[in-house]
Design a protein around this ligand. Structure first.
Ligand SMILES: [Zn+2]
Length: 340
């Protein structure tokens, strides 16, 4: 069968390879449509050496096709079925999978299983990732499923209010999917990004777009001109430092920022995405009275952490102590400056 493989950085060649056979829990699918995302382009350019692995290898995860053959344990799809698949693997048995939240699968072995490569005539897929496509869904639409799934998950996790604008950072493959899904759900969007024709695609979907003069420029002041106190629901889709910075700068007080996944993210941010963590900024708040009440109740034992008391004249000694190695052994220090 014909397959587009990467043989090195920006070295893609279409070659003949052996058609694989499905394992017991796998399906062999004849690929009809494949829609590349930014992560696939990251593999192609091997941006920052981040994607380097043993060449050659096949690319792409988001596709649709027709089941050609299935393994012995596969029952929910049959040859001839029109199907689409997600990129992430799951076990189907752990507590999260049983609840249907397969993207939070706890089975390390299942989720580390090799993903399908779909820029080729046939692909092997873990059969539990396949979904049947209704007749009204075209193969092209089915190949673009992942962005819509991400968007719907984001709207739910972020508790997006359809009555307020949703800011979308980026108008690439994921950004357009978020904007289109928002439009379908009656959510208005303001998109930040785009230097060329992608801006028109975003506008045609109904977004108000603030394009960039050139790649990497900031448009936060234009956005804040629309809403001087910032926005309260923002989805970042570029997986870049630029995008995260834009998202934070246009965020108002107590805003919710959703971050979508992509290979270009720093590892720690990627972990936040995959485990759907909620990273909450916490400043010293407005709870003085509650704190004082806790102290007065006697339930709060913070005073037991005081290990040393100094006078004002002893302040240099106190600072030397706190800055030195002995600091590891002491709790809080109080400098008694005046008489009570
Ligand atoms: Zn699982």
């Amino acid at each position: 069968m014909r397959a587009a493989l990467l043989f090195g950085r920006e070295d893609m060649r279409v070659v003949d390879i052996l058609r694989p056979a499905p394992g017991p829990d796998e399906a062999l699918v004849r690929v009809v449509a494949y829609a590349p995302y930014g992560t696939d382009i990251g593999h192609y350019t091997n941006r920052g050496g981040r994607y380097a692995r043993a060449y050659p290898y096949g690319v792409g995860a988001d596709f649709s096709g027709i089941v050609e053959a299935v393994g012995s344990e596969v029952t929910h799809v049959r040859p001839g079925d029109r199907v689409t698949a997600l990129a992430l693997n799951h076990c189907g048995k752990c507590a999260w999978c049983v609840k249907g939240v397969t993207n939070l699968c706890l089975d390390a072995e299942a989720i580390s299983r090799a993903r399908q490569a779909c820029c080729q005539q046939f692909t092997i897929v873990a059969a539990n990732k396949l979904a049947l496509m209704p007749d009204a869904v075209s193969f092209e639409q089915g190949a673009m499923l992942a962005g819509v799934v991400v968007a719907l998950n984001g709207f739910e996790l972020m508790e997006v209010d359809p009555a307020r604008p949703l800011v979308v950072i980026g108008v690439g493959a994921m950004g357009l999917a978020v904007i289109a899904t928002a439009a379908a759900m009656g959510i208005g969007t303001i998109a930040l990004g785009g230097t060329g024709g992608r801006v028109d695609y975003a506008r045609a979907l109904g977004a108000r777009v603030l394009p960039l003069e050139s790649y990497g420029t900031m448009v936060t002041s234009e956005a804040l001109a629309i809403s001087p106190n910032g926005f309260d629901q923002i989805i970042e889709t570029t997986c870049s430092d630029w995008g995260l910075k834009q998202a934070v700068e246009v965020a108002g007080r107590l805003a919710t920022i959703g971050v979508t996944g992509g290979g270009a993210l720093p590892d720690c941010v990627w972990d936040i995405v995959l485990r759907q963590l909620r990273l909450v900024g916490i400043s010293c708040g407005h709870h003085q009275q509650q704190a004082l009440d806790l102290m007065a109740s006697g339930k709060l034992k913070l005073d037991t952490t005081i290990s040393r008391r100094f006078t004002l004249d002893q302040a240099p000694e106190a600072f030397a102590l706190l800055a030195g190695r002995e600091a590891a052994d002491i709790g809080r220090v109080i400098i008694e400056i005046g008489a009570a």
